[in-house]
Design a protein around this ligand. Structure first.
Ligand SMILES: Nc1ccn([C@@H]2O[C@H](COP(=O)(O)OP(=O)(O)OP(=O)(O)O)[C@@H](O)[C@H]2O)c(=O)n1
Ligand SMILES: C[C@](O)(CO)[C@H](O)COP(=O)(O)O
Length: 232
């Protein structure tokens, strides 16, 4: 039976966040963002392992206070791009993964993932040949801008979705896709690399709460969402 393994690329510098420490280590309700991001995966009974891939020179993990766990492992082998970081994680797991096993790639900067969202993803995709990703349909009117930030035109939004993570693919397909993508360009997510092989990943309904911390204003939003959970 195919197993479910999680890789968490956590080697980014968070340039758009422009904080003193990388955003995955910023405090969020008393714990680093990264601790929230991996919590649901660690708790989920169907997830076999969670591998966090840090920058080779990461100096923050030892003092981040993230407790060890049986299925948690930490690698200091991040790459120059997210795709490189994920590839390095896959390489380290190669000996224990089978071609049909599932790999879920989840951003270290998405602290709002829940067991419910993971269940939805796993249940929707476990019998799929390829895999897919959490995503949410675009809800606003879309404008294309010129260089002066004036509207060129309004883009149709039908059938447009915003990609989230986890992105879940069969190990053999993901490995092949990322190896090819590294030669041909830099995909911004795993699905893009898989699409380039000619596959059509399935979109599974995500939720706004699974937002990515990208800009400073995202952190208080995430805090409000998680605080509401604690009060519920
Ligand atoms: N070389 C890289 C670049 C990104 N990431 C990870 O990929 C995820 C993507 O989120 P993103 O917002 O792009 O993170 P950063 O690259 O850190 O942010 P920025 O683009 O603003 O620098 C994050 O978990 C980030 O740590 C990574 O592991 N290795
Ligand atoms: C993978 C991703 O989270 C999907 O939305 C996102 O593409 C990664 O971050 P970036 O902002 O594209 O670098």
């Amino acid at each position: 039976m195919a197993k479910f393994h999680v890789i968490v690329p956590a080697a980014g510098v968070g340039a758009r966040m422009a904080s003193a420490v990388p955003k995955q280590y910023l405090p969020l309700l008393g714990k680093p963002v990264l601790a929230h991001a991996i919590a649901a995966c660690l708790q989920h009974p169907r997830i076999s392992s969670v591998t966090v891939v840090l920058d080779a020179n990461d100096a923050y993990w030892p003092s981040a206070g993230i407790p060890p766990a049986d299925k948690l492992r930490v690698l200091y082998s991040g790459g120059a791009t997210r795709a490189d970081t994920v590839c390095n994680g896959l390489l380290a797991l190669d000996a224990e993964l089978h071609a049909q096993d599932w790999v879920l790639v989840h951003d270290a900067a998405r602290p709002g993932l829940t067991i419910t969202l993971l269940d939805r993803l796993l249940d929707s995709l476990q019998d799929d040949v390829v895999g897919g990703l959490l995503a949410i349909p675009v809800a606003d009117t879309l404008k294309r801008a010129d260089v002066a930030q004036r509207v060129l035109n309004t883009e149709p939004r039908e059938h447009l979705w915003q990609a989230q993570t986890p992105q879940m693919f069969r190990y053999a397909i993901l490995r092949q896709a990322l190896a090819a993508a590294r030669l041909n360009g830099t995909p911004t997510d795993e699905a893009q690399a898989v699409e380039a092989l000619g596959y059509s990943p399935k979109l599974v309904a995500g939720e706004l709460r699974n937002l990515k911390i990208t800009y400073p204003q995202d952190l208080p939003l995430a805090a409000a969402i998680l605080q509401a959970d604690q009060q519920a």
